[in-house]
Design a protein around this ligand. Sequence first.
Ligand code: 4NP
Length: 149
Amino acid sequence: MKILMVCLGNICRSPLAEGIMKTKLPENFLVDSAGTISMHEGKHPDKRAIKTAANHHIDISNQKSRPITKADLEVFDKIYCMDIDVYEDVISKTRNEEQRQKVSLFLEAAGDHKNAEVPDPYWGDMKDFEEVFQLLDRGCDAIKKQILT
Ligand code: 4NP
């Protein structure tokens, strides 16, 4: 199974989600991430995201930001979006119902309330990054359970 985590810039939330999910799923699962904007294309994750992951013994420093492509909507089986704007942007790129069915809001898919969003820590501080890490870690546990059962 192929899983794609998506946020706006692909330098804060979705790189963390990718790194966390990779530690939880067996190696035959492919986990990747992308952004809905190409502004940070080719850049490594935000230093605060790298540090937060490292505090939890996860190395995301080699990841590079990339924008989501139309091919991603074909190739990936599950596409998890960090907030509603991202979700709507990704849905607008889908071309058929099969593709639309793959796309969900990350926290909603994890069993949180409808329209639950992972807040953007970009304009925040290390405490915000840690809170996002905790949200993503719990969400990844819930999604892992669904996927593996
Ligand atoms: P992310 O955070 O979507 O979690 O990667 C952001 C990264 C960059 C910007 C906004 C949010 N930006 O405005 O450049």
